[in-house]
Design a protein around this ligand. Structure first.
Ligand code: GLU
Length: 425
């Protein structure tokens, strides 16, 4: 089967099986791998919403908990038209792996609604979010399963989710702040959370370049996706470092400039017009596929799954691919990139900054004591660099890619927890 047709969940299982080759083969370990090939709990809900025009529309929603052996489950909520059970399963699985790689005391979960949020009014979006939260309320809780933003959702959506949960839980006296992370700072959110995935990505890229003697400030960057992750990473790389951001794209297409873009002006343009396309001075237009193959040093896919397929991988000119998105590279493409000497800093490591600052937010909510931005970013860097060093060490010791190394570490941690806890009953 061509890799484009393969589902995200099939991709996730292939990644797990690749890592399993390097793990012990005794019965306990094989059982643990089998355990991880399933999601523990899956809820599928229909969400009838009264639209502003008086008609009812019914949306499909999901919440899936992959594995809670290492702690409460954690993961975002995605609002996008293509959301389905298979995609949410894969995303939940990747959250388990991600939390294990950076060693957070969480398991993985994910949720989503099949909807294009840009086509809903603010009120419709609020009603949909509240109905969804109500429908999944038995599953979530600050010590059970903690949602957060993902593609198509943001801090405002998290505020609606927290408020809805608080209304439902008010008789139990259960505190509601810790039920979601990625909230606005005014209602228990953390400083630095919004930029955290992009910031963490920059820390990992920086750590890699330092290890390999590459001057990060001289690198030319191409970014697919200019949402929360892509735009924040671009701002950091062009601001904190002096990288040239030569190409960016979004759902409408991409733009390229040999001289690099003024990222702050680009950000302002996107705020105003909703797209990178048409940004002044951008003479050269690109398709999303062309962006992935453009002339650059570091390629950052920061959109959605399955963008770098086998066909695309053959065309990649970058020497480093740093995955801001979840699952952007197929297993077939991984093989081709490796053959061509392209280094992949894998998603479960590279984009773990978001969930790491979510963890800090959850701790701050529990303590009702809030940290300053300096502390957040210092601790974020510490977590990201430590995880990166672990991954690089295993990659070198076992002579495998950083993806396989990251999976070896994650699966090892998860399998140990499964074996120690044993199987109920
Ligand atoms: N949605 C983000 C991710 O894919 C963040 C999840 C979280 O903060 O729980 O990692």
């Amino acid at each position: 089967m061509s890799d484009e047709k393969r589902s995200a969940w099939e991709m996730a299982i292939t990644q797990l099986e690749n890592a399993a080759k390097y793990l012990p083969k005794d019965k306990d370990w094989l059982n643990a791998i089998e355990y991880l090939k399933h999601c523990q709990r899956m809820l599928s809900v229909s969400l009838p919403i009264l639209m502003d025009d008086g008609n009812i529309r019914v949306f499909d929603g999901y919440r899936i908990q992959h594995c809670d052996v290492r702690g409460p489950t954690k993961g975002g909520v995605r609002y996008a038209p293509q959301v389905d059970l298979d995609e949410v399963k894969a995303l939940a699985f990747w959250m388990s792996m991600k939390c294990a790689v950076v060693n957070l005391p969480y398991g993985g979960a994910k949720g989503g609604i099949a909807v294009d949020p840009s086509r809903l009014s603010r009120n419709e979006l609020q009603r949909l979010t509240r109905r969804y939260t109500y429908a999944i309320s038995d599953m979530i809780g600050s010590l059970k399963d903690i949602p957060a933003p993902d593609v198509g959702t943001n801090a405002q959506i998290m505020a609606y989710m927290m408020d809805t949960y608080a209304m439902i839980a008010r008789n139990t006296g259960e505190p509601a702040h810790g039920v979601v992370t990625g909230k606005p700072v005014d209602v228990g959110g953390s400083l630095g959370r919004e930029a955290a995935t992009g910031t963490g990505l920059m820390y990992v890229i920086d750590a890699y370049c330092q290890r390999k003697g590459i001057d990060l400030d001289k690198q030319r960057i191409a970014i697919q996706g200019f949402g929360n992750v892509g735009s924040n990473c671009a701002l950091q790389l062009a601001g904190y470092h002096q990288c040239k951001v030569v190409a960016v794209s979004d759902i409408n297409g991409g733009i390229y400039s040999d001289d690099g873009f003024d990222v702050q002006a680009l950000e302002a343009h996107v705020d105003k017009t909703g797209s990178v396309v048409g940004f002044m001075g951008s003479k050269k237009r690109l398709t999303n596929k062309e962006l992935l193959a453009c002339d650059c040093d570091i390629l950052i896919p920061a959109a959605v799954e399955k963008q770098i397929t086998a066909d695309v991988a053959r065309l990649v000119k970058a020497r480093i691919v740093a995955e801001g998105a979840n699952g952007p590279t197929t297993p077939e493409a991984d093989g081709i990139l490796e053959e061509n000497g392209v280094v992949v800093i894998p998603d479960i490591l590279a984009n773990a900054g978001g969930v790491t600052v979510s963890y800090f937010e959850w701790i701050q909510d529990r303590d009702a004591y809030f940290w300053d931005l300096e502390r957040i970013n210092k601790e974020l860097r510490r977590v990201m660099v430590a995880a990166f060093e672990d991954v690089l060490r295993v990659a070198q010791e076992r002579d495998v890619t950083m993806r396989t190394a990251a999976y070896i570490i994650a699966v090892e941690r998860l399998a140990k927890a499964i074996i120690l806890r044993g199987i109920f009953p």
